[in-house]
Design a protein around this ligand. Sequence first.
Ligand code: FES
Length: 202
Amino acid sequence: MDDAPEPATPATVDADRRRLNAWLWRLPVLLATGGAGFGVYEAYRIHFAKLAPADPPNFTTAPETDVASLDRFDAPWAAVPFAVAGIPSLAVRVPEPVPGGTTASTADGPVHLVGFSRVCTHLHCILDLNTDIELVAFAFNYRSDRPALTCGCHLSVFDVLRAGRAVSGPAVEPLPRVRLGVRPGGADGADQVVADAVETRV
Ligand code: FES
């Protein structure tokens, strides 16, 4: 008995071609449908699924780092950049306590401070504290009554008083907080703000 395969005839070649053409025609439709679905999912995630900061934050200890003399934080929204464990960070004086922040007692009253990583949780650009409320509303499309941490790369905005929550733009995760403390009487006799831990999400 002869088991050799049947030679291809013009009819079978045409049928194969028709099947291939049918799939080639469907491919762009499948890709477009998948892309649209992904777009809808991303839009939902960005607008409705922003993550809340942990309360309390889960801090991982880092080598203690000097930030600045407490005198540098002479008014609300005074901010000082520094680095802890190699992470660009920012200490901000805030008008009210923020979860994960610290409060120093001074002769002039309490000084509320909070620290954040300056690394954007979207694609890792470096953030700045933006104190121009009108600029934030115009350039970042986010209207607020207070300064915010903003990312110039893709226009994410983070709310300092809501513990670094992402409130606008493509970032979804909040900023990691940096634990601050105040060491009495630094080298120049002034109290010193220090950082000694960075938040990690669990
Ligand atoms: S890197 Fe900050 S918004 Fe994209």
